[in-house]
Design a binder for this molecule. Structure first.
Ligand code: UD1
Ligand code: CA
Length: 463
């Protein structure tokens, strides 16, 4: 049994709110934090607890929310047709919870929540045998959160929502995270008794606290050891704030794994990115999506690398953009290079400035060093492609392939009109327009325009 295993635990994730304060056509919980939706962050951490089930309560944009997560997370969908409050939302999940002993309730808009923090709540809940346990935190800026109201003895009496709080209550700095663990039978018993007698006319989940106490139930506020875990996102400024905190965590973790990061405040590294030891990431880099970087690479400054795979000791020079590319060991890319999807570069390949490569395979040690476009191309090993070479792959309707063998030398400013093949060992003279197969080894060049000399010609002068 792993330490995060709790028998008969059902999780309910609340994600039905419209998220009005985001001012967005995208449901709030689908907004991304470092390449992953807030909801997916929350679900990923819950899954580490191995609960018996996860119910996702949706309302606004419910289908969109469910389709966004169903492929990567196993959740059962619960609908809340009208958003009548967090208590009402939990009530909709009663049927799915029926075999559980405890129900863990988490909001879909708290992406910083870590599994250790949930572990802290569950452990204390089991240990104290409370009917209701919830995570609270003492924070400097409690505005917007429900305040934890304690009596003179320090015992929790109730949670007061910001909009219902008196001026005195607003001074309280201990806030509720909105994350509860409640005995299943008690939970639905209390929920049947809550009302919407408050400023928002909503059925508040936190109102189960005074109801439990009135019936002699036991309520525990578990003060979080890491307060930032509970930060909720209601608007875009909070979204940015939690992204910054999570970015800090990600960068700290990579530094501990042997990665050097210059000016970390300018760098973005998505949560799903993997980086090898002794890699250096310079200012302004963005490592996005499912990118994997090998050992001893040098990236940037200002490189954008999305969904790409880099082997060891790759150099990506300044201002290069990689998307869906695979790059072999010791390759050097840029500055100012662009690698587009389905580009596969073997070991030691060199791609220089202002070169674009798309859907092409380049063999070991081949070089395309300046101002070229290589698309839909299969290229062998040790080729040297001169400046300004273009594979003309598109006839306006269809894409065509260029095949280049090993040890080929293409002179500068050559146009390879696809479909076309250049056999191994061939040399193509500069400025050629190649429309037919280039045979192996010899020199091929297209007829060049005549060159004239006009001795007495005068440059025009400005009038
Ligand atoms: C809520 C808590 C507050 C706590 C804060 C922590 C209540 C009444 N308030 O406030 O005590 O300090 O979270 O972040 O519980 N939702 C539904 N259905 C609804 C209403 C909301 O599913 O009818 C979902 C939302 O999508 C969201 C979560 O519940 O994921 C919380 O709702 P939100 O409106 O963000 O509550 P807060 O005002 O942040
Ligand atoms: Ca919230």
């Amino acid at each position: 049994m792993n330490q995060y295993y709790y028998p008969k635990l059902q999780v309910v994730v609340l994600a039905a709110g419209q998220g009005k304060r985001m001012c967005s056509s995208t449901p709030k919980v689908l907004h991304e934090v470092l390449g992953k939706s807030m909801l997916s962050h929350v679900l990923g951490n819950i899954e580490a607890l191995s609960p018996q089930g996860i119910a996702l309560v949706t309302g606004h944009g419910g289908e969109q929310v469910y389709t966004a997560v169903e492929k990567t997370h196993h959740v059962s969908l619960v609908k809340q047709l009208e958003q009548l409050g967090t208590g009402h939302a939990v009530q909709q999940a009663e049927a799915v919870c029926k075999n559980a002993e405890n129900v863990l309730i988490v909001c879909g808009d708290t992406p910083l929540l870590q599994v250790q923090t949930l572990f802290q709540l569950l452990t204390e809940h089991v240990h104290s045998q409370a009917d209701i346990s919830f995570l609270s935190a003492v924070i400097d800026e409690p505005a917007g959160y429900g305040r934890v109201y304690r009596n003179k003895q320090g015992t929790v009496e109730r949670i007061v929502e910001e909009r219902d709080a008196s001026a005195d209550e607003k001074q309280i700095q201990e806030v509720s995270s909105g994350i509860f663990c409640v005995n299943r039978e008690r939970l639905f018993h209390y929920l049947r008794k809550i009302d919407n007698n408050n400023e928002q006319r909503e059925y508040y989940l936190p109102d189960i606290v005074p109801l439990a106490l009135a019936e002699g139930g036991r309520v525990e506020a578990v003060v979080m050891s890491e307060a930032s875990d509970m930060l909720g996102v209601n608007d875009r400024s909070q979204l940015r704030h939690v992204s910054e905190i999570l970015q800090r965590r990600v960068i700290d973790a990579w530094e501990k794994e042997g990665v050097s990061i210059e000016h970390p405040s300018t760098v973005r590294i998505d949560v799903s990115v993997k980086i090898g030891v002794d890699t250096t990431i310079r200012s302004g880099c963005q490592l996005l999506g499912n990118t994997q970087i090998g050992d001893g690479c040098e990236l940037g400054p200002y490189a954008v690398i999305q969904d790409s795979w880099l082997d060891d000791k790759v150099n990506i020079f300044a201002f290069s953009h990689l998307d869906g590319a695979q790059v072999g060991a010791h390759a050097a890319i840029g500055p100012y290079a662009r690698l587009r999807p389905q580009t596969e570069l073997d070991e030691g390949v060199k791609i220089g400035n202002f070169v674009e490569v798309k859907k092409s395979v380049l063999g070991k040690n081949s070089k395309v060093n300046h101002l070229s476009y290589i698309g839909d191309t299969m290229m062998g090993e040790d080729c040297n492609i001169g400046a300004g070479t273009i594979t003309c792959n598109y006839d306006g309707a269809n894409k065509h392939k260029t095949v280049i063998g090993d040890h080929v030398f293409i002179g500068s400013d050559t146009k390879l009109i696809a479909p076309v093949t250049v056999e191994s060992g061939a040399t193509v003279g500069a400025g050629s327009v190649i429309t037919k197969k280039v045979q192996e080894n010899g020199l091929t060049l297209s007829v060049r325009p005549e060159q004239r000399y006009v001795r007495d010609w005068k440059r025009p002068e400005k009038i």
